[in-house]
Design a protein around this ligand. Sequence first.
Ligand SMILES: Cc1cc2nc3c(=O)[nH]c(=O)nc-3n(C[C@H](O)[C@H](O)[C@H](O)COP(=O)(O)OP(=O)(O)OC[C@H]3O[C@@H](n4cnc5c(N)ncnc54)[C@H](O)[C@@H]3O)c2cc1C
Length: 365
Amino acid sequence: MSKPWDAIGIGAGIAGAAAARELSRAGRRVLVLDRETPGAEASGAAAGMLAPQIEATHDDAGLPLGLAARDCYPGLIQELAARGHPVAFHHSGILMVAFDAERVTALQAIIASQRGMGLDADWLDGAELRRRQPGAGPEALGAMLAPHDGSVDNIALCAALAADAAQHGAVLERAAVSEVVTRGSRVHGVRTAERLHEAPVVVLAAGAWSPLIEGLPRRLPIEPVRGQMAAVPWPKGLPRTVLFGRGAYVVPRGRDAVLGSTMESVGFDRSTTAEGLAHIRAETNRILPALAAAPLGRTWSGFRPLTPDHRPILGMDPDVAGLVYDTGHGRNGILLGPLCGRIVHDLIVQGETRWDLAPYRVTRF
Ligand SMILES: Cc1cc2nc3c(=O)[nH]c(=O)nc-3n(C[C@H](O)[C@H](O)[C@H](O)COP(=O)(O)OP(=O)(O)OC[C@H]3O[C@@H](n4cnc5c(N)ncnc54)[C@H](O)[C@@H]3O)c2cc1C
């Protein structure tokens, strides 16, 4: 006999763990199935930046959701610490460095546009940048400062969300889900190699693997986009700040500088490559030249679950009652995960959310 679950989550990355925590806090009986340990995939591979304003320099489609997601963090980190799960978190700004005049102009235009929306964003010229980060490279002409962006220890956060969900009664089991099972126009549960688990609600949070699960009512256009990463010791004596260049970044975590990244469409090939790591090291050395002397430590890669418009897929399936999507978080899933978990909670527990989910609906493609 299956236990009478109220909801089953597929995946215990940040999306699944955050949703499970919210639902279990609301008294729902939740089963989370993951074939690995919580945070084993993209959520553990990530750099942990909470950067809606800096990411909007690439693409501002997700800015409102991203800003709200960033605002959730201080309260979440406090709640987790109070329950015995401390997680390193900082929200004292990210610097986006410009190395040529064209980039200076582009960043200054973005700052003006963000200020026009009532956001804090500043331009630092070369001298101001070096006062804030004396290690900044000689080619750096200045930087955009997004003073409220920041970073979190995403590895500790995934573990904390999963542990807190479990303390609230969620059950986390290690099993691969092969199929979402529907009956008529309702979700009925999920199938693993061992058995059928029944529940009236299934939350699909399997990251880049979401489209591979059978039984879904529609094709999910989520592609795995590999990001390679490396860690080196943080250079002695330099302030520990998050710095972004063009296509590369440096994030302090513990004693390390986490260096990233690449954006590669190579299927689920987990390799790191000499070429990818050389690109990361060259670009991050440009940002912070002291990194050049730092010995290479761990290297790894992860798969961003990317949709064609770079927005997540969030909300109820329109045809299969009880099937909820919380996936496709792309480059910003660490930022978005906790807020999306709350939205999933609102949809399931309250039957509605204050968010307009039209930009995120599964049928938009
Ligand atoms: C290199 C890199 C750097 C990044 N940096 C940042 C950053 O700085 N800031 C930011 O906000 N975002 C960042 N991201 C993006 C972010 O990591 C992802 O958007 C986010 O982690 C996605 O979370 P998820 O829970 O949906 O997916 P995942 O963390 O991939 O979790 C999916 C889970 O589902 C499980 N699963 C899959 N299939 C099945 C199945 N059939 N049955 C059971 N379990 C299954 C997997 O084992 C996995 O644990 C980065 C990503 C990468 C790769």
